[in-house]
Design a protein around this ligand. Sequence first.
Ligand code: BGC
Length: 754
Amino acid sequence: MDMQELVQKLTLEEKAALCTGLTAWLTVPVERLNIPSIWVSDGPHGVRRAEQWGEAKPATCFPTASALASTWDRDLIAELGEALADECIALGVSVVLGPGNNMKRSPLCGRNFEYFSEDPFLGGEMAATYINAVQGKGIGTSLKHYVANNQEFERMSMDAQVDERALREIYLAGFERAVKNAQPWTVMCSYNLINGVYGSENKRTLTEILKDEWGFEGFVVSDWGAVHDRVASLQGGLDLEMPGPRHERTQKVIDAVKAGELDEALLDEAVRRILRIVFMAQETPKGDPEVGVSAEMFAKHHALARRISGESIVLLKNEGDLLPLKDVKSLAVIGVTAKEPRYQGGGSSHINPPQVDVPFDELAKLAGDATLTYAPGYTMEPGFDQSLIDDAVKVAAAAEIALLYMGLPDWKETEGLDRPDTDLTEQQIALIKAVAAQAPKTVVILNSGSAVTMGDWGADVDAVLEAWLMGQAGGGAIADVLFGVVNPAGRLAETFPLRLQDTPAYLNFPGENGVVRYGESIFIGYRYYDAREMDVQFPFGYGLSYTTFAYDNLQLSTDAISDGDDLTVSVDVTNTGSVAGKTVVQVYVRDPEARLVRPPKELKGFAKVALETGETKTVTITLEPRAFQYYDPLYEMWIAESGTFEILAGGSSADLPLSASVELTSTQKLPCKLHRTSPISHWMQDPRGKPMVEALMAQMMANLPGMDGESDIWLGMELMPLRVVLGFFGGEGALGKSPDVIIDEMLAQAYKED
Ligand code: BGC
């Protein structure tokens, strides 16, 4: 169907109405022209089909984004996407409101559990895979929250002040990857302002970057309630306002068009984008929401949720190979979340699952003859109760091994609020220490959506598992990992710092007076810890296994590339231990010398690989041209500089035993940026300026008796404007012309060559 034609048939009133929701979840239909309405639902780790804001229909609750990213497994994320699409179809939902791909700027962001990573490459790959899988089944996605929504504190009114380079290389980069590689049907704008303009009205981010530069073809939907001025938002590039109805705003749009204040072509374009997706959605037949997801599909998806959760669990510590549990006679199960699991986060992503695995029961199923005892140890409410700790210590002291299930409560981590700190609760910390002091062996199982700091309790315990917000089947997945049914293969998608005070945004989070400055710029996550050479609790990309791996034989497809070339990297990885397992080969690029400051290394490729004992596989990873580039705000473009790049490979950001180098020759021609006060060094870096300055200096030296190039007087001179230096030494006497005239002539020449 020709959308343009259809748009022409609509009245102004119909067009304005189409750009705002009918309800919280429905778009506006136009019966006269057989334009149906479509249903959208949260998202992202399950389908929350609720009538308005009430209880949602049952749907599988999968692990949340932090867990998904920790699998580093594109195939598994694709399976998840297909399962989500199937449940959308069953529930009559056309678009699932996910994935969330904001960067984890600070571990304090209350919504980090809904986001993938601190790294835009990893986040972008996960998001693109999710989107392609869902959309491959004819269901739409909404990539959110675009952009710089990295905290919950005053999220609806905060102005995120982010420099252009950080925006491009970090905050936009994950969205860019997902948009270009997967074309989400919709992108959801963020609530916050970006450099002074609301995400919902931001022409720069919505129109110029997302639509014009990246070629986004879908429609931009507002986050729920993010629109403040409907006319300004249409002018900025926001197509659909949600939720609706907002009759007075629709009227304002009509009035603005009639008054000539809003170009009707902008409204037409928004309508065209919305209708295109509405009709695409129609092509996928849906089930009856009253019937919902079948028992058979639920059973299949429960098994998938368990598999994903098992793959996402990160074994952080395993002293003396305590895990997997073997020949154990008695286990003390401590922690209220062993019976009442913490498996998803609070807020709009809350799914209503058909069943939830109880960790204690799942443990019992695999524990054979071992006796299991239990004590709650803490409650999920704020407060401190010593008697619960005392009871737990008694239970733990009588068993061989204590398993401590530590779920971070909602009041410590939820949408709408940032975390007060990165610690477990006071009661949980006291409990771990008291139990570890009495129990022969202690294992801590964490359920949190983001990094947790361990203070000194980490050293007191024998083993630690990070099980994330693990979804409805996570209880079984934990048992699988504890007993070695699953060999842990999760890797951290975010750094676990030693202390909150060490984190990159510590001094600038969450901002004040309505403004948050991203002072750490491009240095978030491991980019920051690497650059500062700081110790962390557990580095990005880290995770243990019940087996060991060796990385060998790093090969590059070539040792010389141009700026438009791919580079293929291959690595041999061998399972050197005694059980089958999986690892993630990670490839980082290091640019030792650049015009602008760069992080010591950046993730640019990865692959998850399964290996039997003794097996070796050659893993091949392609690095795209972007892998070598940085964004230069001066030139407003991505730049690959000529020079040597190091390719580092291994099993985590802190364990990269392999390296090789490649020589890049750039063919990029940079526009001239010289100006009247450019320092000499800038003239020398410019291919047009260099010969001119060399000739000029030679002429000046020749006319300055007693001066030579070695003199101390030249120290620091290259940092001064050429014009000033000419004035100091040459002036009109030595050069025959005034420095101002010389500079203007040189600039004219340089720009002529441009
Ligand atoms: C959240 C979005 C969500 C929307 C609809 C908003 O408050 O930020 O992520 O999709 O509500 O529930």
